[in-house]
Design a protein. Structure first.
Length: 265
């Protein structure tokens, strides 16, 4: 039996817990959830402290935010626990990425999250050089407002009646400026082996009922274009609903029991 602790009980953490309790992966036990606020009434597993999670689990699943990875990943890995990272943008901090890579004996993996095609991009990145790569994300304006934006910028985004580009930059900048909306840009950069290479564009579109991520890459191995259109989570318009399922799938690979009739990894 593999003991799992989850950090975060929100739009990703809660459905991850529910899927695991429903038997999505054989032979796993959810020992509890670490959360910075009291859990809502009826939450199906107990709230535990991080120290208890570290002491009693085999794998810790982060579904809480980049700051949690920055603060706790090295400690978790040094304790010997494996760590599944959802907030991929944390690894845009090269110093943290280096410390996490050096830490052990626990291992860390990053879920593919809201996007697909990153398996092929890892293969292409290792095949030869990458000439260019881009991620263009389109979301509802309200999902993109940030505390660092001034009032005029927030108002322009909130009231736009047509699609507007609100950010252009590297995957590192994207992860820093939109920590809850552009982790996927870091995921693509990590897959290709360079975050600086990835040109990121973020569009606020009041008609964007679906969140879209268009990933393009020209490499020695080939040219790729993936267009992903996800329904947002009903619990958090920033987050695609499918992400919790991606986390469960990644966890199933990490624990060596891939889900599905035929294992595709
Ligand atoms: N890789 C990907 O494709 C995606 C990654 N994400 C990442 O996943 C994170 C979680 O997303 P959602 O579940 O939609 O967010 P959410 O806001 O619905 O839930 C976050 C949960 O984490 C808890 N939390 C926050 N800080 C914490 C701390 N320091 N310690 C313990 N618990 C803490 C909150 O109380 C809440 O329960 C996002 O912040 C983002 O970094 C989100 C969407 C896609
Ligand atoms: O869920 C999504 O579509 C993407 C997202 O929020 C992120 O990358 O942080």
């Amino acid at each position: 039996m593999t003991k799992i602790a989850v950090i975060g009980a929100g739009a990703i953490g809660r459905p991850v817990v529910e899927a695991l309790l429903a038997g999505a992966i054989d032979d796993v036990e959810v020992i509890g959830v670490v959360n910075d606020k009291p859990l809502p009434d009826g939450f199906p597993v107990p709230q535990i402290h991080l120290a208890e999670a570290i002491a009693t689990s085999d794998v810790i699943v982060e579904c809480a935010g980049q700051a949690v990875v920055a603060r706790h990943a090295v400690e978790i890995l040094e304790s010997g626990r494996d760590l599944l990272v959802t907030s991929a943008g944390a690894l845009a901090d090269a110093g943290l990425a280096t410390r996490m890579t050096a830490a052990g004996p626990g291992r860390f993996v990053v879920t593919s999250g809201a996007v697909g095609g990153v398996d092929l991009l890892v293969s292409a990145g290792s095949y030869g050089s990458v000439q260019r790569a881009s991620v263009t994300t389109t979301k509802l304006p309200g999902a993109l407002l940030q505390p660092w934006m001034d009032d005029a910028t927030q108002e322009r985004i909130r009231t736009t009646t047509e699609p507007i580009t609100i950010f252009e930059g590297t995957a590192e900048e994207a992860a820093r400026f939109f920590p809850r909306s552009l982790n996927v840009a870091a995921t693509v950069g990590l897959a290709l082996g360079s975050l600086d290479l990835v040109e990121v564009r973020l569009i606020a579109d009041p008609a964007a009922e679906l969140t879209s991520h268009v990933i393009e890459a020209d490499t020695d191995a080939g040219s790729y274009r993936f267009e992903i259109r996800n329904h947002p989570s009903p619990d958090n318009p920033r987050t695609s609903g499918v992400v919790a399922r991606a986390v469960v799938r990644s966890l199933s690979v990490l624990v060596g029991r891939p889900v599905g009739a035929v294992s595709i990894i």
